[in-house]
Structures are given as structure tokens and as C-alpha cells.
Design a protein around this ligand. Sequence first.
Ligand SMILES: [Zn+2]
Length: 265
Amino acid sequence: MQCFPLAHILAVLVLFLSGCVTNPETGRSQLMLVSPGEEASMGLASFTQIKQQEKISTDTVANARVTRVGKRIQQSVGREIPNAQWEFVVFDSPTVNAFALPGGKVGVYTGLLKLAATDDELAIVMGHEIAHVTSRHGAERTSQNYAIAGIGALAAFGMEAKQVDPAKRNMILAAYGIGSQVGFALPYSRLHESEADSIGLRFAAGAGYDPRAGATFWRKMAAQGGQKPPALLSTHPSDADRIRNLEQLAPRYMALYEQSKARYQ
Ligand SMILES: [Zn+2]
């Protein structure tokens, strides 16, 4: 049996007790046992690894499109990802997927670019993925898993991301919906999905993209379901409730959209 010094046990206890934060957007209380710094360094390290493993697209049109939309969303997100090292990478794969990692790293697969026919739709997806990061959903899910597994906060043991054992790093990757790297990915809960939908629409609208594209994109996405749903759908489940919710949310962001769009014309 492994024994920890009393100070460590106390530190873990304090972190468990004080490990709650409030989501600034929704006021919801979230359990957080992973610090923003740890999360960001895990995101950056993981992204470097993914870029080595996946085929990066050399398609100039696809790259220009993702960079164009990404830069505008980056402006719209602003300081909601502190000290972000923004990077937008296109991966050459028919997989219908996209993801964002803490630290401002965004990956989009060419398979998704085909389905997201307009820049508005692409912005909806990128905004949604980035909203999971600004809401720290992956860190929250990892914290819940730590709590269930009885694992204390990494910080309590003075560990840094590079020293974190790969199983824990995989946990955070899976928590951000990146399954191909670790063999499994966790579907986001309905609560996380609706939070990311709402915040994602705000990011897209603030970048001058039409929030009404949310419902059209997810309706198309939902139609892709069936026996073997696309990767994005397996981690971001969609149903009629979600599409109705997006339709109801869009009018709230129309003024922001019109105002922001004028800046890019
Ligand atoms: Zn999602």
C-alpha cells in the first residue's frame, strides 16, 4: 500500500473542499481539481503529439479557410482563454471531427470541412469546441473522474504536466473528446453540450458568423447518425432537443452578429 505524508493528504483534502469554481457564463458550480496552468500544458503537449501522429493537410484552400475563420473566432474569444497560443491545424482525414484543446489549439479534419459547407457552419463548430475549453468542461470531467477514482489534485503532489502519468493525460484528452489518440473518448453530457452551444453561438456571432447556422449544421450532423456515427457525433450527441434549443438561442445573438459582420466587410 502506498502511503502519503499527512501534509499531502491535507493538501488534497483542502483542494477537494476548495476545488469548486463558478462558470462565469452560466453561474453553474464546477468541481475543478486541475489548475488552468496544468490543463494548458497538457493541451499544448498533447497537440504537439497529435500533429506528429496525424497527417497534416497541405490543401491550401482548406488551410486558408480554417485560418480565416479561426482568426476571427480568436478575436471574438479574446481573453476567455488567458495566455492562449492559438494555432489552427487542418488534418487530412475523412473523419468528421474537430476539437479544441486548452492553450488555444484547434484541429479540424477535412472530413468535417466537407460537411460544414459554409464558413458560418465551420465557425459554429469551432466556436462550440472552443466553448468547451473556455468552460473548462474537460478539466471538470477529469476532476469528476479523479474524485471518483480518489485521485487528488496533481498540484497537491507538485507534479507538472510532463510528469503526469500517461493514463491521467489520456483521461484529460478523452475528456475533451479526442478518442482517436487514446482509444476512447467520452461523450459530453447534455448539460455541457447546451452550455457549449450557447457560448459557441456567442463566439461565432461575435466573429461575424450567422448564429442561425447552428441549427442547420447540427440538423445535418444528426442526419449522419445511424450504425456508425461520425466521431464528432459520438462525442457530441445531438437530438431534436438540441436543435430546438439552437433555434431558440439564435435570435439572442443576431444583433451581435450583424454588428460584428459589419467589421469584416
Ligand atoms: Zn460538444
